[in-house]
Design a binder for this molecule. Structure first.
Ligand code: AP5
Length: 187
């Protein structure tokens, strides 16, 4: 399994990636989780990234690519991986293709999790109440949605053009969405 989970903020990429990784023995690489850990540890990268994350903007490509390069290499020989929240720009997608080419690997599926804006806002407002994630405020959620539309949604055409895109309707209970993804993984 060498998958990319694509979708707007709050679509359930992380939730589903964790379940799939546990069931199929794949590594789960979430650039959002990696960045939050850098911020929490107060590293130089974390301090640079925080300004962008707090605004709902993307962290610059060069910082992201530097952060994931080693991780991707160490994961590529195991039982596969699920990339969650990466790539997020066309430049990141092109760089990922190059890195995988060097490792003589390729992505076998890109899954787009489709969820409408109203459901996203309601989910993230719920998470803000429960977990208090710094970027789950109304203003920052709107910015993240805008950034998704402008900078990440073009990847749908990028991967569709390569014949690797599958879509799932994410606006259903977690286990129902997972059931569809499991079928895709087993097909
Ligand atoms: P990141 O952490 O990737 O945030 P995101 O894309 O906004 O994703 P979320 O974690 O909000 O949503 P998700 O789709 O994973 O949904 P989840 O499963 O959590 O990135 C944060 C920031 O880091 C970015 O804004 C950017 O600044 C930076 N960054 C990260 N990667 C980058 C990159 N590659 N390049 C540049 N910058 C980068 O679910 C959300 C909520 O909904 C949860 O409460 C969950 O329990 C609930 N939920 C999930 N599924 C369902 C369901 N089916 N029904 C009901 N509720 C559900």
């Amino acid at each position: 399994m060498r998958w990319i989970m694509l979708g707007p903020p709050g679509s359930g990429k992380g939730t589903q990636a964790k379940k799939l990784a546990a069931a199929f023995g794949a590594d789960h690489l979430s650039t959002g989780d990696m960045l939050r850990s850098e911020v929490a540890s107060g590293t130089e990268l974390g301090c640079s990234a925080r300004t962008y994350m707090d605004r709902g903007d993307l962290v610059p490509d060069e910082l992201i690519l530097k952060m994931i390069a080693g991780r991707l290499e160490s994961m590529s020989n195991g039982d596969g991986f699920i990339l969650d929240g990466f790539p997020r720009t066309e430049a990141q997608a092109v760089a990922l293709d190059k890195m995988l080419d060097t490792m003589k690997r390729s992505i076998d599926r890109v899954v787009l999790v489709k969820v409408g804006d109203e459901e996203i806002k309601s989910r993230l407002a719920g998470r803000a109440r429960q977990e208090g994630r710094a970027d789950d405020t109304e203003e920052v959620i709107n910015r993240r949605l805008d950034v998704y539309r402008k900078q990440t949604a073009p990847l749908i055409a990028y991967y569709s053009g390569k014949g690797r895109l599958s879509e799932v309707v994410g606006e259903r209970p977690i286990d129902v969405v997972y059931g569809d993804l499991k079928k895709l993984a087993e097909s």
